[in-house]
Design a protein around this ligand. Structure first.
Ligand code: NAD
Ligand code: MG
Length: 394
């Protein structure tokens, strides 16, 4: 049996991971589940999966959770709290695989700790990789960890790579990556209406059911920008080798274009249990619970080049990766603050790229060659972005 730790068990990816694990319960021992504060869902998950450990990051919620466990059939579960406990459970000896499914920069330290400890990393938390790029890949290479992408596009690309492909290595026969994007809910909205979209409209994605932050990122296409950077890091490619392709049907999840003219695509229904099951079973395959793709229902597939005027966040992501160093960290931090402000109705949808661009202008490019430099750039960019938001609102 494989020992599994799920960082971010109560989120959209966490829930799908437990769904897949439950279909193959004889193969998985759920060692640890973590949550930020959703203790009601965590309790249900504990009743079903009975982990050895849980981490509730929020201390007061952790106390409430301990109360809840008393006199329950699962009172033997060890309840920890605080951010350091995330690193502790991600590196336990009996953990083989870590699903990194915390949203945002908060997932960086535990995911990096798991990489250093040589665990098999199932990486959903793209923000952690965008921030730490080379350092993360170095930790993976040094420890001999396996790194399997969960993001559907990167999972598709991984599947289209030559047999035995290892994340972080360059495949010279692969000329380009075609990174597909649905274009989100505002792909065709008149540009002058974009300023007035509400958080509820932005999180209503046409094809995928996801957490709120990534749903807004999909609407601005910052998600594709982060994914373009993620692809450069995971597949050792240059930014100009990654072509973003709008494909509204979300049937093809990305493609690899080889030097001989072959283009390999991975297809499937848009359900995250497909890439999750692939990575959990790797190098084998097993049932994910997802309906087979009915190719006759697909009928047609469309492909368009993205419009950078409509989606300035994508342009900013190319700018950040071309400048390199700390700039992807700054981009990510500014985006997290801007999206949070939009979800709390403090700024408009169209302010998101404005905040990010102004924030990036305030930073000089510095090499991101230590974790301290990365964490400091992240903190500073958060402060600068909050300042920009308060100026916007005057
Ligand atoms: P979500 O908001 O549904 O869940 C986030 C999880 O992280 C929750 O379990 C929450 O408790 C935990 N969390 C949040 N803040 C935390 C903090 N400060 N400290 C510790 N834990 C915290 O998000 P999601 O949609 O499941 O996405 C998770 C990650 O996977 C993101 O990085 C996202 O980009 C990536 N991803 C998601 C999808 C998807 O379909 N949902 C697809 C591809 C990639
Ligand atoms: Mg994706």
């Amino acid at each position: 049996m494989k020992g599994l730790c799920i960082l971010g068990a109560t989120g959209s990816i966490g829930v799908s991971t437990l769904d897949v694990a439950a279909r193959h319960a004889h193969l998985y021992n759920i060692v640890a589940l973590t949550a930020n504060n959703n203790i009601d869902l965590l309790y249900e998950q504990c009743l079903e999966h009975h982990p050895e450990y849980v981490v509730v990051v929020d201390e007061s919620k952790a106390l409430l959770f301990k109360e809840k466990l008393k006199d329950s059939p699962i009172s033997d579960i060890n309840v920890l709290s605080g951010v350091l406990s995330l690193e502790y459970v991600a590196t336990l000896d009996n953990v083989d695989s870590v699903m990194a499914a915390i949203v945002g920069a908060a997932g960086l330290l535990p995911t990096l700790a798991a990489a250093k400890a040589g665990k098999t990393i199932l990486l959903a938390n793209k923000e952690a990789l965008v921030m730490s790029g080379d350092i993360f890949m170095q930790a993976v290479a040094e420890s001999g960890a396996h790194l399997l992408p969960i993001d559907s596009e990167h999972n598709a690309i991984f599947q289209c790579m030559p047999a035995g492909y290892k994340s972080g290595t360059h495949t010279k026969q692969a000329r380009r990556i075609l990174l597909t994007a649905s274009g989100g809910p505002f792909r065709e909205m008149p540009l002058d209406q974009m300023a007035n979209v509400t958080p509820d409209q932005a999180v209503a994605h046409p094809n995928w059911d996801m957490g709120r932050k990534i749903s807004v990122d999909s609407a601005t296409m910052m998600n594709k920008g982060l994914e373009m950077i993620e692809a450069c890091i995971l597949f050792a490619m240059k930014p100009d080798q990654i072509q973003v392709v709008i494909h509204p049907q979300s049937v093809i999840h990305s493609m690899v274009d080889y030097v001989d003219g072959t283009v390999l695509a991975q297809m499937g229904n848009p359900d995250m249990r497909v890439p999750i099951a692939y990575s959990m079973a790797w190098p084998d395959r097993f049932d994910s619970g997802v309906e087979p793709l009915n190719i006759f229902d697909v009928r047609r597939m469309d492909f368009q080049e993205p419009n950078l005027e409509r989606f300035p966040c994508l342009r900013l992501a190319y700018e950040a990766i071309n400048k390199a160093g700390i700039m992807p960290t700054v981009l990510n931090a500014a985006n997290e603050i801007a999206v949070d402000a939009f979800l709390n109705e403090q700024v408009r949808f169209t302010d998101i790229p404005v905040i990010i661009e102004r924030c990036m202008e305030k930073f000089d490019v510095k090499p991101a060659n230590s974790l301290d430099i990365i964490l400091e750039a992240d903190q500073q960019a958060r402060m600068v972005s909050k300042q920009i938001i308060s100026e916007l609102n005057h």
